[in-house]
Design a protein around this ligand. Structure first.
Ligand SMILES: Cc1cc2nc3c(=O)[nH]c(=O)nc-3n(C[C@H](O)[C@H](O)[C@H](O)COP(=O)(O)O)c2cc1C
Length: 358
């Protein structure tokens, strides 16, 4: 298979198999409304097969970062409509990553009186709030009822995203945020139906995904997972438990007929990811995580080896708005500048040169 060939992920028709990975860039201000700069950023990158937006919060208390965009109110939805229109005008496809922060936040960021998680276990370390670095608070453990309200927030956000013209949503169940916190035993000490066994820990993610699929159609719903990704206090070290939990999860995602499963793991071609892929039995987007930057060579190899149907590419797309053209023609690439990853402003965001200019 060829990285530059078209592919269908559920209802999503991609012109090529290069997917823009979800990338938090914190350029949407205090209001969380994506403005002109954000519209331009995504417009520039519409040549990929699919854009997955930066993680976007579905409710005030689920905001993880200052400057992160939301999909809570009409103004935010209107901002996203402009983004979607800009991408569609260039023939691109775009889905929204809906991201509930869980315990990875602070009331000084959310403006709410609490942050929530499966269990009242704080992250070690400090949150970057508008007032500076502050220790992460102990989160409020969601009651069973509150978990249902949270699910409803995520469903409402997915509907709002599609109503705003996006082609679908990706449910963020990776990287230590709320849904990942339900999956992992070190962040989930619940004794109700959402805690304990692998089946119970997977239950909330399955309920959320099923509800979103029912609300907007499974063919435009993807989900991202990151088994054994030890970021933000996650600690999934028991391999048998990981296999049981994620195996159960994908076995039960399979009948939904989702658009795709996106897996972040250091070895996308390795045994764990490939077993999950077999059991999911649908399109898989692979990404090898933060440890090494995805290169053309790695992306081509993953597709040629049929280890994935598409590849999520992060930092190379930050620095190269026309990445597909560059990779296709084997042209040189701009280098990403990590100092400007998390904002603010146009520098390192919309000013990376295109091939013709560079
Ligand atoms: C600046 C930055 C922001 C990111 N934001 C998100 C995010 O919002 N959601 C998510 O699932 N992953 C996020 N990631 C992880 C990327 O999607 C991707 O997995 C990672 O960058 C590794 O891929 P790469 O080597 O191609 O950059 C982020 C990564 C970076 C560098």
């Amino acid at each position: 298979m060829d990285l530059f060939s078209s592919v269908a992920l559920g209802d999503l028709q991609l012109a090529n198999r290069v997917v823009m990975a979800p990338l938090t860039r914190m350029r949407s201000g205090a209001s969380g409304v994506p403005g002109d700069l954000v519209v331009e950023h995504y417009r520039q990158r519409a040549g990929v097969g699919l854009i997955v937006t930066e993680g976007t919060y579905p409710s005030a208390e689920s905001r993880a970062y200052p400057g992160q965009p939301g999909i809570v109110d009409d103004e935010q939805a209107a901002g996203w409509r402009r983004v979607a229109e800009a991408v569609h005008e260039r023939g691109g496809r775009i889905v929204m990553q809906v991201m509930h922060s869980g315990r990875v936040s602070h009331p000084d960021i959310t403006g709410t009186d609490r942050i929530v998680a499966p269990s009242a276990i704080a992250i070690q370390g400090e949150a970057h709030t508008p007032k500076g670095k502050v220790a992460y608070p102990v989160p409020h453990a969601l009651t069973t009822e509150e978990a249902q309200a949270t699910l409803a927030d995520i469903v409402a956000a997915a509907k709002r995203a599609v109503a705003a013209g996006l082609d679908g949503v990706e449910i963020h169940s990776a990287n230590g945020y709320l849904l990942h916190e339900f999956l992992s035993p070190n962040t989930n000490e619940r004794t109700d139906q959402y805690g304990g066994s692998p089946e119970n820990r997977a239950r909330f993610v399955l309920e959320v995904t099923t509800a979103v699929a029912e609300a907007i159609g499974a063919g435009r719903v993807g989900i991202r997972i990151s088994p054994m990704h030890h970021v933000q206090g996650m600690h999934e070290v028991d391999e048998a438990d990981v296999r049981a939990t994620y195996g159960y999860l994908v076995d039960n995602l399979r009948p939904l007929g989702l658009a795709y499963l996106s897996v972040l793991h250091s070895e996308p071609g390795g045994e764990l990811v490939q077993e999950l892929r077999r059991r999911f039995d649908g399109p898989v987007i692979a990404n090898s995580g933060f440890g090494r930057v995805t290169t053309r060579e790695e992306a081509v190899a993953l597709i040629e080896a049929a280890h994935a149907d598409a590849v999520a590419v992060g930092r190379a797309i930050i620095a190269n708005p026309d990445l597909v053209e560059r990779w296709q023609g084997e042209h040189p690439e701009n280098e990403p500048n990590p100092a400007t990853f998390y904002g603010p402003g146009a520098e390192g965001y919309t000013d990376y040169p295109f091939l013709a200019a560079g």
